[in-house]
Design a binder for this molecule. Sequence first.
Ligand code: ADP
Ligand code: MG
Length: 277
Amino acid sequence: MSTLIIKNLYAEVDGKEILKGVDLEISGGQTHAIMGPNGTGKSTLASVIMGHPRYTVTKGTITLDGEDVLEMEVDERARAGLFLGMQHPAEVPGVTNSDFIKTAMNSRLEEGKSVNLFKFIRQLDKAVEDLRMNDDLPHRYLNEGFSGGEKKRNEVLQMKMLSPKIAILDEIDSGLDIDALKVVGENVTNMKSEDLGLLLITHYQRLLDYISADKVHVMMKGRIVKSGGMEIIKRIDSEGYDWIKQEVGIDDVRVIEEEEEARVMLGQCATREALDL
Ligand code: ADP
Ligand code: MG
């Protein structure tokens, strides 16, 4: 059983502070959910845990079973057992889905060892069937031309194949119709075990109808402002977030306010133009 501990985490992007003191502890066998309106820092937290180079941690710690995660490169984090199912998975033309997964699995083994090809294919076929994906998806370029729902299922496919110790699924429900949501929910639920700690990020309560959570956290303004059980979700579902905003005395839940957000975006466009991207 593994434990991920995040303490007083602060992080910034382009000099803007996005995470403002996040505390969270996830162990194998547990499922945590982070909810919260858009722009409150949920995906940023996921990216920072995985080590996305755009984000700078300015304060706080992240450890996995006592090891300093912030000291690890992205690939080391993956090898240590961290996994992120992304909100917006990138398209990688030229690399097939199946090759991508195989490479990721091999990189977790000792130098010189590789996965048994026969077993790999059998496992992949089974996972594709379990997720009711199209047979051709493993052989197509990673995420290229995948529908929104296919991309999401594909993140879960990777998770099934990689058996992480701690898995973060960021808005895995967005873009899924109700049937697909059911399939994804069943598959994730079947993966639950003492060896897996799950963090589900979502802003819809409906995901949690399919994957139950032991603990629910609400994120606003770059930190977790409330934690509790499923009762929080029920109340958010019927009343929205206003009661929590009132409870913690927050007006605008976003980390960056609208005007500022526009300036950051303009800054990015200007940078892109300057770099001729
Ligand atoms: P959520 O997932 O809760 O919707 P995010 O973590 O995606 O929120 O974003 C929180 C804030 O941080 C937003 O204002 C967003 O624009 C900003 N932000 C996140 N990542 C970046 C980035 N790479 N560049 C600029 N701003 C970013
Ligand atoms: Mg997000």
